[in-house]
Design a protein around this ligand. Structure first.
Ligand code: 4AD
Length: 465
């Protein structure tokens, strides 16, 4: 298939082929045994290959003058190796270089090295045991030089997993007759209520908010006659939470659907989607998960084929029996969520479960109260490894009740008049859910910080790069 070869596809079968490869030169060095031989390790994505230069002293000098991370093009022959290599992902063959070009010369000294940023947990442990600890690149430095940090195997792997999550979300929902929509990110009022909203100056003296979710418009799409919709899009939260799991901008995976009988129909979609997603990731992202595991060791997610559903009351009862008292009718705090996650794992052997029927007071204004007891709501949260990844609910589709609930939440009705009015023209009962893409990836991969699952994270302290 042409002379351009993908490093990741080079194997025994390619031996003897003449290839052209463009890649990052992650290491260039002189042979230790034979002085007139030099080696270049090339990297592309998560794959690395050894190239050997022999014969031309001029080409060797040129190679040795190349700064690490320069982009080179190599023309050469694929040759079988007697002994498989240990330090490149392509182990059975190498490229014997005939021609070498430099396409983009990197700076002589990079602010962080890919090698340091990508060291495995095992390397750290071994060095520690020998009493010669290795340099460790801190999180902020990594994020300052994110374009270099992303080149590590784990950096590449996380975003390949993210890509699979996003694809599966689209594919699964499309197969269930959802259609993809795009809602505005500039809106006239806050979509989730509360203070966590970015406000900005719009045109003609108007003030606009950056959408905290597609909530209002995804519901309006249902009003507009689409029975099932989903959106993958940016959402903005003016969070003041400097935590491991909050960003000021993240990617929302949202869905909204008509409900025929019960809001558990929404839970059924979440259940089917996530069980399928976990299976898909485990089967199709083996290399990626291994690369992440080498740098940031984690246990695979435990999940059940049919997702456990616990009521909020059952959940707080479990916590109570374990000695954790929850303020009645309040949301669970982070520690209580973690604790419940542990208890559920011990009792049901799963890291993934749905907690439903939350107190109404703990939910946004648009949430449908329970028909049998309006102190509770037709809502749910979904937990992975003891942290929330999804929240969902049935929505109020009666305009009077909706306006009353907005007022009770201190929301200026005039700012969302267009939303409330939409329910006057005939709307079926409906519900939906929203997940945070970065949170799903962070928790599935057992990462300790959401910033690792965002290419260029935005948090209260960080607006660049
Ligand atoms: O729980 P949230 O705020 O719910 C909504 O936005 C609703 N409109 C969803 C619905 O359809 N009912 O956010 C949904 C998810 C959370 O479960 C979490 O995964 C993620 O979005 N999330 C955040 N991720 C990163 N940084 C933040 N600041 C986040 N806030 C919420």
């Amino acid at each position: 298939d042409g002379p351009w070869a993908e490093i990741g596809r080079l194997d025994k079968a390619a031996a003897g082929r003449s290839v052209l490869v463009r890649a990052w030169a992650q290491a260039v060095y002189r042979g230790s045994k034979t002085k007139n031989v030099a080696f270049i390790e090339l990297r592309r994505g998560m794959s690395t290959v050894q190239c050997v230069l022999a014969g031309s002293a001029q080409m060797m000098l040129f190679a040795l003058s190349l700064p690490k991370e320069s982009i080179v093009v190599v023309e050469g022959a694929v040759a079988l190796l007697d002994n498989p290599l240990r330090y490149t992902t392509v182990r059975e063959v190498e490229i014997q270089v005939r021609k070498l070009y430099c396409i983009s010369r990197a700076a002589p000294k990079l602010p962080i090295s890919v090698e340091d940023a990508g060291r495995s947990a095992e390397e750290f442990a071994k060095a520690e045991a020998k009493g010669v600890p290795l340099p460790c690149v801190g999180q902020d430095t990594r994020l300052d030089y994110r374009v270099i940090d992303l080149r590590t195997a784990a950096g590449q792997a996380v975003f390949r997993v993210q890509h699979q999550v996003e694809n599966k979300f689209r594919e699964y929902l499309s197969s269930k007759d959802f259609i993809s929509i795009h809602t505005p990110k500039l809106i006239s009022g806050s979509s989730e209520g509360g203070a966590a909203v970015f406000k900005l100056e719009y045109k003609n003296g108007k003030c606009a908010c950056l959408a905290q979710s597609p909530q209002l418009h995804k519901q309006m799409a249902i009003c507009g006659g689409f029975c099932r919709v989903f959106e993958v899009g940016s959402v903005f939260r003016a969070e003041d939470s400097n935590t491991h799991r909050h960003l000021c901008e993240f990617v929302g995976l949202d869905a909204e659907m008509e409900i025929m009988r019960h809001y558990f129909e929404v839970c059924d979609i979440v259940d089917g989607l996530f069980v399928e997603l976990f299976r898909h990731l485990n089967e199709n992202c083996k290399t990626e998960l291994e690369a992440i595991n080498r740098q940031y060791p984690f246990e695979p997610v435990k999940y059940l084929e049919s997702t456990l559903r616990l009521s909020y009351e059952e959940g707080i009862q479990m916590l109570k029996e374990a000695g954790t008292e929850i303020e009645p009718m309040a949301d669970l705090n982070t520690e209580a969520e973690k604790k419940l996650g542990q208890l559920v794992r011990e009792k049901y052997d799963t890291d993934f479960f749905i907690l439903y029927r939350y107190p109404l007071a703990a939910r946004p204004f648009y949430t449908m109260p329970c028909y049998d007891n309006p102190a509770y709501s037709n809502s749910f949260d979904v937990f992975l490894r003891g942290e929330e990844i999804i929240s969902g609910a049935q929505r109020i589709h009666e305009p009077e009740l909706l306006a009353k609930r907005a007022a009770e939440h201190g929301i200026d009705k005039s700012s969302i008049k267009w939303y409330i009015e939409s329910f006057r023209y005939g709307t079926p009962p409906h519900g939906g859910f929203g997940a945070g893409l970065e949170r799903v990836v962070m928790l599935f991969c057992g990462l300790n910080n959401i910033r690792k699952a965002s290419c260029f994270p935005r948090d209260p302290q960080r607006l660049s790069p």
